[in-house]
Design a protein around this ligand. Sequence first.
Ligand SMILES: Cc1cc2nc3c(=O)[nH]c(=O)nc-3n(C[C@H](O)[C@H](O)[C@H](O)COP(=O)(O)OP(=O)(O)OC[C@H]3O[C@@H](n4cnc5c(N)ncnc54)[C@H](O)[C@@H]3O)c2cc1C
Length: 331
Amino acid sequence: MISRAWGPNSLSGLAADAHTEFYRIVAPLAGAGLRRDESLRRYASFRIGGTADFLLIPPSVEAISLAFSTAKQLGIPITRLGGGTNLLISDAGVRGLVVRLGRAFDYREWERPEGHEVSVRTGAASSLGRFVSEAVELGWGGIEFAAGIPGTVGGGALMNAGAFGGELSSTIIGAEGVTLDGDVVGLSRSQLDFSYRRLELDVDVMITSVSFSLRRAPVVRLKGVVESVQAKRKRKQPSGYPNAGSIFKNPPGNFAGKLIEQAGLRGTVVGNAQISPDHANFIVNLGGAKAADVRALMQIVQDGVWQKCGIWLEPEVKLVGEWNEASAVPS
Ligand SMILES: Cc1cc2nc3c(=O)[nH]c(=O)nc-3n(C[C@H](O)[C@H](O)[C@H](O)COP(=O)(O)OP(=O)(O)OC[C@H]3O[C@@H](n4cnc5c(N)ncnc54)[C@H](O)[C@@H]3O)c2cc1C
């Protein structure tokens, strides 16, 4: 018998049938990695968000491929998560399939490490911070500026994460992934179109690995850079409350935080969310904040900065899930 009623969200009969069929096909390969009605709050650094109809933590590339091709066939939408450190997940949660890479995609493969340059193929679920530490300890330079950027290597590539003048794109030489149709693909550097906090691809993929080219450098110098960027981070960024880093991109030649301060919005509170008194481009969850609180603050900031400075701030943070507005951008 097909159950049409599971889950907190009242599914139409058709959607419920599609979900049952999806589970029947994908569960044997995905095993315990396929979960239904999973709260996403713990997968986001904001500690905010509703449930996903399905959360897949895939054991293999084959499991992703099967899940994507099946989802496509059944009309089930797909959402990709990394470490969840640059996301705001809606209170209503995410319909369809959410995929988040886990342990099976946490690896580093160093190639020809004896010369002055090395290529390293890095699983997309690897912690970016751990990858940086490992490279620094081994005396490989090029990504030390990224020390302290939270999240995964895959999310970092997709966001072209950067800090203190460096961007991941400067060291990335290729990637591998699975298209939303389920095809496994390799992407050369020329297919990766990076710009400020953005990677554009001809086809949407779940990135499964990223390859970097790093250069030999003295460990002492690399450790010095790491210490200095970590100290700057400590001084500049609020600590103590869950957040998702910078909420808005810096407009050309300006700083979002400075503009938000000029608009007099530092410290503004909606519900249980606040524009950080320490750094105005951060919104913090004071405890039990709703995604709607954060979204309302974002709109207050955009309107306030527009009125005061004539600049429309573009969100850096990605809105994920169901929103009652046209501006939400599914990823
Ligand atoms: C305290 C704090 C400090 C921060 N400082 C910085 C900073 O200095 N510089 C900076 O650039 N960012 C910073 N960030 C933001 C964030 O850490 C980065 O953008 C990070 O690279 C996001 O990685 P993630 O794995 O968490 O991605 P997520 O937040 O999970 O996802 C971000 C986007 O990437 C997509 N995505 C994630 N993984 C994959 C994948 N494998 N395949 C395809 N798409 C994927 C998601 O769909 C989403 O659109 C900070 C965040 C916090 C909380």
